[in-house]
Design a protein around this ligand. Structure first.
Ligand SMILES: [Zn+2]
Ligand SMILES: [Zn+2]
Length: 714
């Protein structure tokens, strides 16, 4: 980046000067919006001229003469950044090309992205008549309350945009995420709408279109941009839509009218009497909100779960409530999956503690020995799970409270099912297996419509068996002490297939990009005494740096597309005679002079396969050389790579091959969704192009379990 900027004649004397100079070049400006010291409101809209907070009566200014506020929220206008991006020819090509190519290659049998969803087709295109021009930008808005430090309760609320015009492999990269706002901490904002005011105002302006220049032909055009989808954590989003928080609401679901039951203090959502076939979907929500607002009656609020009209309602491109799918990361990974584990280790329900008066041994209790065995298997597998498949697994008994979403994902999709098999009651494992399948199908890059149909059945099956096991637990009457297992999250799972039909695969609206964004900004909060301010400055500087690459009208910033697979890490070696003989069976006569040796193979942007040759002798790092690949008859096979070669065959064809040990005695149990192998066996050559992904190994009581991100059980 620095070199690039220097080529443009930009030299930096200091960080501050650098940021100022970048501001001039990129047009990325920061606005600081006065807000209440306790985060009740931002001084916008009807409060713009107030000198004190209407809620807590604290002064707005610490220096009224110079109008110096106590506290500000950061707002970064979007228009200059979109304009700058369009002025870059290469970027303009990407921004206009992706959606078009997607629409032109439509097969009608799968959902590949947001633009294949019904929401975009039926609502944005047909009903509203938007997105007629390839320039038009679709944005996904995401907001989340995040803890800034582990030490103090300091929560900030970032608001980010994801530009859906970029292809998925680009749009979630941190440097392509557009920071919109930073609402300071330490407390949550009380009236979120007042903070969102400048953002909504700018989006209204963008909805009408602003003038911009297309760098490819330097012609001016009207550039509209619309937010089509909003996601966030449950409480933040309920607040943004103007609904009661789940737990306080009789109608806690934003998609349907299910009625909650009150537990000792809060509301839960059991499905007794719920019509799974024809759920009581909410309709006409915009009208309902209006009625609530006009009627101003508490009964109305209670019956609808809607508390007030939200500022987001001003954006016509948002469908209430189909534009607000429930994020699968919070839903499944941070909620249902940990809840299940807590039920098994008896820390979820008071009635499951052995000291409780009504304690009874339940079939879903996991005994201490089982928890110990499972945890050891996880920690022993650290070196055998490639980094590509995620974090090195940690013991679930000691660490589950600190598990990150990605660790729960690995537990749900890779480790949990095979490790629980035969340790936990069969019906409970079955239920967990269904959840694992739901998650795996829902988060594919592209989902066949037939698979969405499978999901329809799976979610109902999951919720029914979940309540059977954990709510009723054998008895026909539900036990009020067990009501806490029925959180609204379990209920939301029922709407997952509809969200996918509407908004595309769940990975295109989950909250992982927000997590990644926070992971990048958190370390930038340097000044502990002025956490909010130092963070705001860092975010602005990052936005400027991210946009510096679009300066100028040339298209030489276009990313070079690499050809994969690509062999890396060349070294000198010789083939043994039997390796050569086998090679000649594939390639014909081979001149040994032409054989080049490599240690690694880059399969895709995010996946590099290593080999025994790439691992140092005393290397204890995590294995990345075990693979799954397709055999001659398209069957799934597994192996461990020793090294890679590139060779020119008799017919002048360049061949890339891997010398591997095959894993033998493979057993794939499709019903139980467990795959195992017996031993490492004979050696052979396989074409690099047949490699699909990396695998990891879990050793559990002398059984070698294969784990991978490829669905082996189809
Ligand atoms: Zn206040
Ligand atoms: Zn519902």
């Amino acid at each position: 980046m620095k070199r690039f900027l220097q080529e443009q004649g930009i030299i930096f004397p200091s960080l501050r000067r650098q940021s100022e100079r970048l501001e001039k070049l990129t047009g990325v400006k920061a606005q600081f919006i006065d807000c209440c010291r306790d985060n009740c409101i931002a001084f916008t809209g009807e409060y713009a001229d107030k000198a004190e907070c209407p809620y807590c009566q604290q002064d707005r200014f610490q220096d009224p003469d110079h109008k110096k506020p106590w506290k500000t929220a950061l707002y970064i206008p979007l228009v200059p950044r979109l304009r700058l991006q369009y002025r870059n020819a290469a970027r303009a090509e990407v921004l206009t090309g992706y959606r078009q190519s997607l629409e032109q290659s439509e097969s009608g049998t799968e959902v590949r992205d947001f633009f294949d969803g019904k929401l975009f087709r039926d609502f944005h295109r047909r009903e509203l008549g938007l997105f007629g021009d390839p320039h038009d930008v679709a944005l996904h808005l995401s907001l989340d309350g995040v803890q800034l430090t582990n030490m103090s309760n300091y929560e900030v609320t970032p608001v980010i945009y994801i530009n859906l015009n970029l292809p998925p492999q680009e749009r979630y990269k941190v440097n392509n995420i557009l920071a919109g706002m930073l609402i300071p901490g330490p407390k949550k904002p009380k009236v979120l709408d007042t903070f969102l005011r400048p953002l909504v105002d700018e989006l209204l302006q963008l909805g009408n279109g602003v003038s911009a220049v297309d760098g490819r032909n330097c012609v001016e055009f009207r550039l509209p941009a619309w937010v089509t989808m909003v996601t966030g954590d449950g409480p933040a989003l309920a607040e943004a839509i103007g609904m009661k928080r789940p737990g306080n609401a009789v109608r806690p679901c934003r998609t349907c009218m299910i009625r909650a039951e009150k537990g000792s203090r809060i509301y839960y959502v059991p499905h007794s009497g719920y019509d799974f076939e024809n759920p009581p979907l909410r309709s006409d929500v915009r009208r309902w909100i209006k009625l609530v607002e006009e009627g101003d009656s508490d009964d109305h609020r209670k019956e609808t779960g809607i508390t007030r009209s939200s500022i987001l309602l001003e954006l016509q491109s948002l469908h209430f409530t189909r534009s607000f799918p429930v994020d699968i990361m919070h839903l499944v990974l941070q909620n249902i999956t940990p809840t299940l584990f807590k039920l098994w280790n008896r820390t979820k329900l008071a009635v499951d503690k052995s000291s409780h008066a009504n304690f009874q041994v339940r079939r879903y209790h996991l005994d201490d020995e089982a928890v110990e065995t499972i945890s050891s298997a996880l920690s022993d597998a650290r070196a055998n799970i490639p980094t590509y498949l995620g974090h090195a697994p940690r013991r679930i008994d000691n660490h589950h409270k600190g598990y990150k979403a990605a660790e729960w994902e690995a537990w749900l999709t890779l480790f949990g099912v095979p490790l629980l098999d035969q340790r936990l009651d069969d019906q409970c494992v079955d239920n967990f297996r269904i959840l694992s399948r739901i998650y795996t199908i829902a988060t594919q890059h592209s989902i066949a419509l037939a698979d969405v149909g499978v999901l329809d059945a799976l979610v109902v099956q999951f919720v029914r068996s979940y309540e059977q096991i954990y709510l009723y637990s054998g008895e026909s009457n539900k036990d009020p002490q067990r009501l806490p297992v029925c959180s609204v999250n379990v209920h939301y799972l029922l709407h997952l297939p509809a969200y996918i039909r509407d908004c595309g695969p769940a990975r295109y609206w989950w909250q992982f990009p927000m997590e990644r964004f926070c992971g990048v900004i958190k370390p930038k909060a340097r000044s502990k005494s002025r956490l909010g301010t130092s963070l705001a400055n860092a975010i602005v500087l990052t936005e400027r740096l991210n946009h510096a690459m679009f300066i100028g009208y040339s298209d030489d910033t276009a990313a070079q597309s690499l050809a994969y697979p690509a062999l890396k890490g060349g070294y000198t070696a010789r083939l043994a005679p039997y390796q050569r003989t086998r090679l000649e069976r594939i390639c014909g006569d081979v001149d040994l002079q032409d054989v080049r040796f490599y240690k690694r193979c880059r399969l895709r942007d995010d996946l590099t396969v290593g080999s025994a040759a790439s691992k140092g002798r005393a290397d204890i790092s995590r294995s990345d050389s075990r693979i799954c690949y397709t055999g001659e008859n398209n069957e799934m096979r597994f192996g461990a790579v020793h090294f890679f070669i590139q060779v020119v065959s008799t017919y002048e064809q360049v061949q890339q091959l891997a010398w591997i040990s095959q894993l033998e005695d493979i057993d794939i149990d499709r019903e139980k969704r467990v795959a195992t192998f017996g031993r490492e066996g004979s050696r052979t050559w396989v074409g690099v192009a047949s490699i699909i992904s990396l695998i990891g190994i879990l050793k559990h009581e002398n059984v070698n379990i294969i784990v991978t991100d490829v669905d082996l059980f189809k």
